[in-house]
Design a protein around this ligand. Structure first.
Ligand SMILES: [Zn+2]
Length: 335
């Protein structure tokens, strides 16, 4: 027979165990239920778009609010400097990105896909590979296609203007170009895959190297749907892109130029003049370094790795959380 003291001791012990179990559950809930084996990576609440400083070329990574990662172009690639190996893969490692849900090739010029070989040769998983399908004769393009074919997990796709891409329910992603069927007769730049990414009230238009001809096609096909608060300027700001009509249709608050400024003379002065006239605030990778755009779907913010002040501060500043910068003098290197 148990004594009263023994029964009390057991009750105290049981209560102690109950308190421990409840505390364990509370701690587990507070730490995201890790201890219960229910850990899921927290969804990123914001959209981030990185416009990498890859000299003359384009390379962009999109991190969606739902946790997907998309690569649009990969800069140039050579033995000395390979943007895939030297810029994109180190960035992905630093951010713990092991899978690209989609790799988009705007077009097959070497300053856009040269760095892609390193990505495709790595252990990074690729869900989908998007190609405008221009029959480019370059060996580099053949190499890339062969590498994609050797990846059975990667879906190859040639999207058409008007297609909606599924990069998560929180985003609307629409293919805006090329509008006309691609063929050898056209300039490959004018067969660039153009993508409109919309998160809430914030749209980003990625144009590859689309020239005035493709811009005209997009105006005719999409009209007011081309409006975007952020424009990745076509063809590194060359004189053959960013027509007045296109800038009027897009009406960007912010323009991002991906280019190299050689000896202080930017090649993008033609686009810069037109963007100034259009009232856009202009950033450029040769001046700002890699540019990071973040958005909560209402406003957006842009910061540069080298400096965050824009090349040109336009009339239309980013709304709802955007950064206000002082204008940069227009004499000298950046006119
Ligand atoms: Zn280019």
């Amino acid at each position: 027979m148990k004594t009263g003291t023994a029964v009390r001791r057991k009750t105290v012990k049981r209560r102690g165990s109950l308190v421990l179990a409840v505390s364990y559950c509370i701690i587990s809930l507070a730490t995201g239920c890790r201890a219960l084996g229910m850990a899921t990576p927290p969804a990123q609440k914001s959209l981030s778009v990185y416009f990498f400083d890859v000299g003359h070329g384009d390379a962009t990574i999109i991190r969606t609010p739902g946790g997907k990662n998309i690569l649009v172009d990969a800069g140039g690639g050579g033995k000395k400097r390979d943007m895939g190996r030297d810029v994109i893969l180190p960035f992905m490692r630093a951010h713990g990105i092991r899978r690209l849900d989609a790799v988009v090739m705007s077009h097959a010029d070497s300053d856009h896909i040269g760095g892609m070989r390193s990505i495709l040769a790595s252990s990074v998983q690729v869900g989908e590979f998007l190609d405008p399908g221009y029959p480019h004769t370059a060996q580099l393009y053949d190499d890339i296609l062969t590498m994609v074919k050797r990846r059975p997990q990667t879906k190859y796709r040639q999207p058409c203007a008007g297609d909606i891409l599924d990069w998560g329910p929180e985003l609307k992603v629409r293919v805006m170009g090329p509008v006309k069927p691609v063929d050898m007769g056209t300039n490959p730049n004018d067969s660039s895959l153009v993508i409109m990414l919309t998160y809430g009230a914030v749209s980003v238009l990625l144009t590859g190297d689309a020239g005035k001809s493709e811009e005209r096609d997009m105006i005719d096909r999409f009209g007011p749907s081309l409006r975007a608060r952020i424009l990745k300027v076509g063809h590194h700001g060359s004189r053959n892109s960013s027509s007045e009509a296109f800038l009027k249709a897009v009406a960007p608050e912010v323009a991002v130029i991906s280019a190299s400024g050689r000896e202080g003379q930017p090649k993008y002065r033609f686009a810069l003049d037109r963007l100034k006239a259009a009232g856009a605030t202009v950033y450029a990778t040769d001046y700002n370094g890699t540019l990071t755009l973040t958005s909560d779907g209402r406003g957006f913010r842009i910061t540069g790795a080298t400096r965050s002040a824009p090349v040109w501060k336009g009339k239309a500043l980013p709304q709802g959380g955007g950064v206000t910068h002082e204008p940069v003098r227009t004499q000298g290197a950046l006119r």
